[in-house]
Design a protein around this ligand. Structure first.
Ligand SMILES: Cc1ncc(COP(=O)(O)O)c(C=O)c1O
Length: 411
């Protein structure tokens, strides 16, 4: 259900989201509550778009990190393209009027049924294996309606990730995603057999990266690989860009690479990326109330009304500084108060590992205070499991002083 409220509140002691007071919002809509700031999403998109000054380019928003239609619309209005993982996501994006030219399908282990769906819908897929390509080839051979005979391939990128905060990194000995460069001849053979044109290549390393170096290595690697595909129209450099990524440096790095490959082919090659977290991560805040304070002897546990089933990132990726699931937290109703002590924020489940933030220096915390978990816009609400037996968090989108309710907090 969507309800629109309009209110402007002037308070300086409380965290503001858009032009609204976070504590007022949490009181009105109850917690746990995900709040997304539409303006921040816009700023993030415009920052990326202007920093990458190479043209032609496409910024495909990876909707897996936050697939709420309200967020999608903000990005589509700015001209963003979309990356999807599944037929379900593809249908969702199509349902709000996106065209195939704007949608990139990048995933693995696609079923024959789904391949058939993509083929009939003329979708552009970055294929993860020769087997998938052959299956797709057979499907379109039997079809009289499929007209798209172009395919992209997802390339396996040989790179060791040392960054402790990386998420979704490859298995150290069984990297399972992508096609190895040693198989390029076989890929070409399979494509030729079914009259398919390999018009794009794709590479991805890991997520939540801040250091530019892996992206430089990936960029050079993909450009070298690209030269082996004469029908090339695009290089998709994937994603993995963390919050606060240095987009200006990225733009400076990737532009000459793209110019060199365009010169090589004698035509403009499209640059594509698939950012998720860097577009919406810092636009989202999870508001959660303090329900208990427990003296643990040498540390203080602050219990809140959100935990693993509402926000899983800290549990999955590690909540400590430098780990992938580290999130800054603030006391939203005491934003102007000085730090008083070290607090450890924990969820309200029976899970022993239900930690959200450990030993954070914060103002004095009391029951009823409002904790704001920052950078929760990506891989937050979409990973809501409700386990074990937790209430669903609500979600709202703020546009300056306007609140659009995406879903209400379960009561
Ligand atoms: C192929 C692909 N594209 C896009 C994304 C989105 O990643 P991020 O949120 O790091 O930008 C992922 C994340 O797993 C991915 O695997």
């Amino acid at each position: 259900m969507t309800i629109l409220y309009r209110k402007v509140i002037q308070m300086t002691t409380h965290l503001k989201i858009g032009r609204l007071d976070a504590d007022e919002l949490a009181k009105k809509l109850t917690t746990p509550l995900y709040v997304y700031d539409a303006r921040r999403v816009e700023e993030n998109y415009l920052t990326i778009n202007s920093a990458i000054f190479y043209e032609p380019k496409q910024i495909h928003y990876a909707i897996m990190c936050n697939n709420r239609l309200q967020i999608l619309k903000v990005l589509l209005n700015l001209g963003a393209d979309i990356q999807v993982n599944s037929v379900k996501e593809y249908r969702l994006v199509k349902s709000i009027g996106s065209s195939n030219a704007k949608i990139s399908v990048t995933t693995t282990n696609i079923s024959t049924d789904d391949l058939s769906f993509y083929a009939e819908n003329q979708a552009q897929i970055n294929f993860d294996s020769i087997e998938e390509i052959s299956c797709y080839g057979q499907l379109i051979k039997q079809s009289s309606t499929v007209i798209n005979h172009t395919i992209g391939i997802r390339i396996s990128v040989p790179m060791e990730i040392t960054d402790q905060s990386a998420t979704n990194q490859p298995h150290p000995t069984k990297a399972r995603v992508g096609i190895n460069s040693k198989q390029f001849d076989l890929v070409k053979e399979a494509a030729k057999k079914y009259n398919l044109k390999i018009n794009g290549i794709h590479g991805y390393i890991a997520s939540n990266l801040i250091d530019l170096v892996p992206f430089i290595k990936l960029g050079s690697y993909l450009v070298e690989c690209a030269k082996k595909f004469p029908d090339l129209e695009y290089i998709n450099f994937g994603t993995g860009f963390g919050i606060d990524f240095d987009w200006l440096a990225y733009g400076q790095m990737v532009t000459p690479l793209m110019r060199s490959i365009s010169t090589f082919f004698g035509r403009p090659i499209h640059l594509k990326i698939e950012p998720g977290r860097s577009l919406v991560g810092d636009a989202g805040i999870l508001l959660t109330r303090v329900t208990n304070i427990k003296d643990m002897g040498n540390w203080t546990q602050v219990g809140v009304d959100a935990g693993f089933g509402v926000f899983a990132r800290p549990y999955i990726y590690g909540w400590q500084k430098g780990q992938g699931g580290y999130h800054p937290v603030v006391v939203a109703n005491k934003i102007d108060q000085p730090p008083k002590g070290l607090y450890t924020i924990c969820g309200n489940s029976t899970l022993q590992g239900d930690f959200i933030a450990e030993d954070r220096l914060l103002p004095e915390i009391e029951i009823g205070d409002l904790i704001a978990i920052l950078n929760a816009g990506a891989y937050g609400a979409v990973m809501l499991s409700g386990f074990p037996g937790m209430r669903r968090a609500g979600e709202v989108l703020i546009y300056d002083d306007t609140i659009e309710v995406i879903s209400e907090t379960e009561r």
